[in-house]
Write a protein that binds this ligand. Sequence first.
Ligand code: IVH
Length: 688
Amino acid sequence: MMDAQASNRAAWLRNEIAKHDYRYYVLDSPLIPDAEYDKLFRELQKLEERYPELHRYFDSPTQRVGGKPLDTFRQVFHAVPMLSIRTETDINDQGAIAFDTRVRKELRLHEGDPSVEYVCELKFDGLAINLRYEHGELKLAATRGDGTVGEDVTQNIRTIRQIPLRLTGCNAPVLEVRGEVYMRRGDFENYNERQRGQGLPTLVNPRNGAAGSIRQLDPALAARRPLKFFAYGLGETTKGWDLPATHSAVLDALDKMNIPVSNERAVVQGAQGLVEFHRRIAEKRDSLPFDIDGVVYKVNSLALQAQLGFVSREPRWAVAHKFPAEEQITVVRGIDIQVGRTGKLTPVAKLEPVFVGGTTVSNATLHNEDETRRKDVRIGDTVIVRRAGDVIPEVVGVVLDRRPLDAGEPFDLHARLHGKCPVCGSAIVREEGEADWRCTGGLFCPAQRKEALLHFASRRAMDIEGLGDKLVEQLVDGGIVGTPADLYRLDLPILANLERMGEKSAQNLMDAIARGKHPTLARFIYALGIRNVGEATARDLARHFGKLKNLLDADEARLQQVPDVGPVVAQSIFAFFREKHNVDVIEDLLDEERGGVSLEESEGEPARDLPLAGKTFVLTGTLGMSRDEAKERLEALGAKVAGSVSKKTDYVVAGVEAGSKLDKARELGVTVLDEQRFMQLLKECEST
Ligand code: IVH
């Protein structure tokens, strides 16, 4: 038989778990480690198993998921209709001013009268839901439907851990909370990445993701979707709960009950306050972790709301004020392939110009071949284009219903380019595990010229002091330098005549170039900028082959005999030296008669043990520094940076919103460093 102790303990556990859910899912600041939480959870599960009398469907955290799939959703009447709000289409300040003017007129306020007080909120882009709490317990959750009759989606809503099953400090017989179920952009992307990894269908956008999840008949499916909730109002309320006098106080009260309410809300006075809020949020829009399509203004006083009432099915006391749409549809006229500064080949959709995110867009990135194929973008297709803030516009997906009969073929980058770089004609390659095709004409390709020269001249390569990006820009754009070999044939008068140069700087540069004419083989190899060959690998190669000629002649099997050179690195090196254009530039560089460089080949490099020699890193998520910088710094310390996680990976560095690579690392038990620990490691190693 169950004793009072067990029952008390279960009640305590339920409460405790709810508290931790709130800390974790709503406040995002957990009080205890996950393992501790799991322990509490398992203890409650065990108690409930042992004493079936303890089973409580409505408010036990163990019962959030586990409902059976339904055949259809039950229809439910809303005790108080769920209305929609009027949308102010003028996206400028005028939209806010017009609303205030209407409210003042309706309230018969005159020019000299005080300003009206408003609450400003975000307009969340998801699905409206009514949560019905009876005596503090979540009893029913329903969609809006036609406003009068909605669908009972309680099972699905219960799987959203942000939504409390029991209210804190409220036992009112009835309290209905209204708000929006939505998905964060990062969660949406991680979910899709995971789905793709398993060959499962992906979601089109966060909004459809949220709406679609709630309409799943099987709650187990809904539970897998990373959904969130924000409350913005009330439905039916009964006595037993003291209705506050203002809407802002209602939101504060809901917040106290541990219901998620967005912090991006403000009480303001008059039209000016509305305008300021609209501007402030417009600026912040892209740094919010979820999509919004505008803001909402509401008259704060509930008494004034009642006085203002409704027109048709819209309240006179609220309005939605939009922002420019970040997604639009348009037609793909062509697909171009651009060559980036590092040789990366990016497919770009040429679009019928469309106004999106505040400007006219006629090009949108397709990212890479896999993405283009996955979305199956073809010439002639109608596509959704997204441009959020300063981020480059991208094609999000195809509207398949609108595909014309004469749409193009599925995208095939290699076939389209006949295997050649569209800028320089060098061979293109795509490494195993990489999403991008690249041009192999590193030293020769005009698209990569500036980058190749900057790398060639950099401190750890040929160390040509004074050859910075401004100068490289002028040299390349002026047609003075095409490849690194041309650096050794510069003459003083031409240099001196360049912008911001003069006689003295020109001479200094000439001296710096001359000083570096006898590099070690390792430096020279590194300076060539071969993909995947950092300083450490360059040193290994120099030591192993002794002479450049030996390296040039090596096949992939030979290359793999070098310590730490695996198939991917071997392939990069092999492809680089197989490209005739590159070999021409190297010969040109080494042409002493024409003033080129001579290598110190005989001796190997003095072996200096770098602190991270032999360690392999994988970077994922967003870090405070760029990926390239992180990679460069790691390589300078002797580490390797790989593109995908495997058993050979020593460390995974996980930045913000790390995706499937992090999951993989956990799966394989690879050590994961967060940004802080990563920075610490770099600092320590760099100071030794
Ligand atoms: S208030 C009577 N506040 O926008 C007023 N709605 O047409 C009821 N929405 O589908 C709505 N954010 O789901 C309100 N802060 C917010 C909102 C919001 C998003 C949605 C709501 C409804 C539509 C209004």
